[in-house]
Each structure stands twice: as structure tokens, then as C-alpha cells.
Design a protein around this ligand. Structure first.
Ligand code: C5P
Length: 236
């Protein structure tokens, strides 16, 4: 089984990120490169992770006119990433352009998973109203997930709390990527609505984005192993 855990390399520079990657087994997790690390360290840190055998989720949440978004997605694909994402609210033309660009740039190789961001979990109903969206966050997330699916995306990022509703609406093959994961008993830090790895998988998540419970642990490999053991124990 491919490990569902994606470890967030949330570091301000390549040295910190690669030091963590060094302590992790690419057979037991994927890694996520986000805006902080990418802006500081650039594509070389992505290439370094790919070269070490990691599946890399490039979490840059592209949102632009269709051509610009598509070209950025093509560039990410050429870096060899396994997963990348765009804002579903960029609209159908942007999403279909991104899909086409990713497939073309993959050039016959397996294309990376193209994932949509629906509603940022930092936004509440009042924030949506202030930007002209008169819907509850979950309703808007569902609407954008369906748009992402009909535009050819492989899945969406969502909270574990939304996963069951999105799974029911979008079917078994739609990929659900869930952050806000905390092993039972771990500190929630700034995440308000968390789920354990077992709860998230039971709700229908395919991939678990986990940051501080692994990247800030004294022994990151042991923290990852404990999470994977918990999932395996649950699957028995
Ligand atoms: O440390 P922690 O497990 O909270 O890190 C979660 C990771 O997932 C971070 O990289 C964060 O930016 C990302 N993320 C999130 N919530 C979202 C989307 C992404 O926490 N809704």
C-alpha cells in the first residue's frame, strides 16, 4: 500500500527541509513543499526531494488567468512533482487549461495529481460574504469540488470534517487531501478543527497532510512510524 501520509516541509530554508527529508524514508511518506519553502529555496529543493525518491506535493495554490496558471502547472510537472494544486475558484477555463497543460507536460509519463483548493479553512461565512459569496463554507466547498471534478481535476483539499460529504458527492475515485490532522492526544496548535489520522481515513480521506506532529517531533521518523502503525492497526 502507498503511504497516505504527506509530511509538510514547513521550513524557511532548504537546509532545514532537507535535514528532515534525510531522516524520513521516501517509501513511507510523501513530502509537501509550500509557499514559504519554495519562495525561499526555489525549484532546487523540489528537485532535491524528487532525486531522493520522494513523491512531492507542490502546494503553491496557483490562481491566475488560464494561460499563466497553465504554464505554471506545466513547469511544476516538468519538475517531476507527484501532486500540485490550484484554486478551484479560478474558474472552469483556468481549471481545464491547467489539466491540459499538466497532461501535455507529462508527455506520456504518468501525470501528477491535479488538486483543487476549495474554500480556505481560515475563511468563515462572514469572510465569504465580505467577498461576495453568500454561502456557508461547506456549501461553497461542495460547489467548488463539483466544478473541479467536472473540469477534470483529480481531487480537492478539504478538512476531514467535510470529507464524508465530498466523498458522497464526488464518488470513490475523487482524491481527498486533508490537512488539520493530529494524532490522538497531540497538541492542536493553531488548527481549530482537527481529526486523527484514523478518523480522517474513515471519513474518506485519501491523503493526510501532517506538519508539526512529524516535522517538529524529536524523532520525526518515529512519529511517522507511530502514525502508520495506528493506521495499519485500524485496517486489520
Ligand atoms: O503543522 P500542521 O500539521 O498544522 O501543518 C499542516 C500543513 O497543511 C501546513 O503546511 C499548512 O499550511 C497546510 N494546510 C492547512 N490547512 C489547510 C490547507 C493547508 O493546515 N486548509
Amino acid at each position: 500500500m502507498i503511504s497516505p501520509v504527506i509530511v509538510a516541509l514547513d521550513f524557511p530554508d532548504a537546509a532545514g527541509a532537507l535535514a528532515l527529508a534525510q531522516r524520513l524514508d521516501p517509501g513511507r511518506c510523501a513530502v509537501k513543499v509550500g509557499k514559504e519553502l519554495f519562495t525561499a529555496a526555489g525549484p532546487d529543493v523540489v528537485r532535491a526531494c524528487v532525486a531522493r525518491g520522494f513523491r512531492v506535493f507542490l502546494d503553491l495554490k496557483f490562481h491566475d488567468i488560464p494561460n499563466t496558471c497553465a504554464q505554471a502547472c506545466a513547469a511544476a510537472t516538468r519538475l517531476g512533482v507527484w501532486m500540485l494544486n490550484v484554486h478551484a475558484s479560478g474558474g472552469s477555463a483556468m481549471l481545464t487549461a491547467a489539466r491540459r497543460a499538466v497532461d501535455e507536460a507529462a508527455g506520456g509519463r504518468e501525470a501528477p495529481l491535479l488538486i483543487g483548493v476549495t474554500v480556505l479553512t481560515s475563511l468563515a461565512a462572514a469572510d465569504l460574504r465580505a467577498i461576495g459569496v453568500d454561502a456557508e463554507p461547506q456549501e461553497q466547498a461542495l460547489r467548488l469540488a463539483k466544478l473541479a471534478q467536472s473540469s477534470g481535476l483529480d481531487g480537492v483539499v478539504c478538512s476531514a470534517r467535510e470529507a464524508a460529504a465530498l466523498r458522497a458527492a464526488c464518488g470513490p475515485r475523487f482524491q481527498l487531501v486533508t490537512p488539520g490532522i493530529r494524532p490522538a492526544g497531540a497538541a492542536t496548535q493553531d488548527q481549530a478543527r482537527v481529526a486523527t489520522p484514523v478518523e480522517a481515513m474513515a471519513a474518506g480521506a485519501d491523503w493526510l497532510v501532517i506538519g508539526r506532529p512529524i516535522n517538529a517531533a524529536p524523532d520525526p521518523a518515529a512519529a511517522l512510524a507511530a502514525i502508520l502503525d495506528g493506521l495499519q492497526g485500524d485496517a486489520k
